[in-house]
Design a binder for this molecule. Sequence first.
Ligand code: GRG
Length: 308
Amino acid sequence: QDGDSRSQEHRDPFELVADDLSLVADRLRSMVAAEVPKLASAAEYFFKVGAEGKKFRPTVLLLMASALKFPLSESRQGGVLSILADKLRTPHLNIAEITEMIHVASLLHDDVLDDADTRRGVSSLNLVMGNKLSVLAGDFLLSRACVALAALGNTEVVSLMATAVEHLVTGETMQISTSREQRRSSGMVFQNICSMDYYLQKTYYKTASLISNSCKAVAILAGHTAEVSMLALTNSGSMQGLAFQLIDDVLDFTGTSASLGKGSLSDIRHNRVEIIIVTLDKKDMGIITAPILYAMEEFPQLNEVVDQ
Ligand code: GRG
C-alpha cells in the first residue's frame, strides 16, 4: 500500500462523509417543510441543528456509497439549482434522506408508545406538542419519504424501503409483546426476558433491517445486482445493525443521561430491554453479561431467575 491509501484507512469515517452528511441535513430541512404551521414545527423538530442525532444510518450509507463509487461531494454549492442537479446524479443522498425520514418517523411514534419525555438530549416531541401531533408528524414524514422514493423511479428500491418500514412495525410489536407472552410461557419472575432467537429476530426487524435494506437500495442504484455483492452488503448492513442495537442496549445500563440523551436505565424501566439468558461461548460473554450484572443490582429478583 502506498502512503495515501494508508492515511485514507485511518481517517475518521465521519470526516470522510462530513460534506455529504451536512448536505443531507440541509436538504432534509427543506424536504420536511409542511404547509400548516403546527405540522411544520412538529415535522422539522428533529431535523433542526442540535436535535439531529448521531447520524449513524446516513454515515454508514454514504460510506457504503463511496465504496460503490458514488462520488462524495467535493464542496457544498448550496442553492436550489445545485440541489436539483444533485438529485439527478446522487441517488445515494436520497436514500440517506429517505432513511432518516423513516427513522425519525419511527422515533416519533416510539416516544408516543413509550410516553418518553426525552430524545436526542432534548424534550421529546410528544412532551412539547402532544401525542396527536407527534403521530401526525410521523405519518407526514413517512409520506414525504414515499414521495422521495417514488421520485427515484425504481420499484425494487421502493419495495426494499417499504419492507424496512414493515419490519420496524413488526419489531416494535415484538418488543411490546415480549414481556407478557414470554412471561406467560416461561413463568419467569422478571418480565424482560426472552430467548436469544427472539431477541435477534426482534432486533433485526427493529434496528438492522432499515440499515440493511437501505444499504441494499444504494447498491441497486449503483447498478450492483450480482447476488454475491448483494448478499455481502445485506449481511454487513444486518450485522452493523445488530451490533449497534446490542451496544445501545448495553449503554442503557452503563451510559450517563448526558451521553445517552435520555435517562440511563430508561429502556429497562420502560420494559424495552431483554435480558438474554443463554449459554454463550466466551467471546460473546463480555457483551451480554454487562447488562445482566447491572440489571441484577437494580432488580434483585433477577438473581432467582439467573440461578435457575
Ligand atoms: C412509523 C416507521 C414507523 C414505525 C412505527 C414505533 C415503531 C413502529 C418502531 C420503533 C422502532 C424503534 C424505535 C427502533 C429503535 C431503533 C433505534 C436503535 C433507535 C435509536 O437510533 P439512534 O441511536 O438514534 O441511531 P439517533 O437519535 O442518534 O438518530
